[in-house]
Ligand binder design. Sequence first.
Ligand SMILES: [Zn+2]
Length: 145
Amino acid sequence: MQQSNQKEIDQPEVTVALQNFSNRFKTDESCLRFLASIKWKEGFVCSHCGHINYCKGKTQYSRRCTRCKKEASPTAQTLFHRCKIPLRTAFKIVYLSCKFPDITSSAISRQLDMRQMTCYHFQKKVKECLKSQREDPILKEFSKI
Ligand SMILES: [Zn+2]
């Protein structure tokens, strides 16, 4: 059982953090670019056939294997895969959860003006990921923002 009494995070502190975030990630496009740069840091390897040559895919920042023609998007196999929340908003939730480990989903929902349950479910996913994969390259980069 958890016995930490979750203290409310200082509101101004969160507001400032969100401003910093917004300066760095102005659009969904910048979020995709960020994901792509982490995902293919060591170069492209097709997850279907292992081929390393690719061409541009149909969607922004996606890559298409030149051998099996399968497309890989920057969000595939990440926390953001099939995420119903707009990417930049989902980024904010991950960012706040990494920066303020004690932040509650109700505080996030107030800050982002979203339904608490939506924040709760996604934050739960983020927390599970933080717990089980400390070395997750994306979460690692998030903690440096
Ligand atoms: Zn392939």
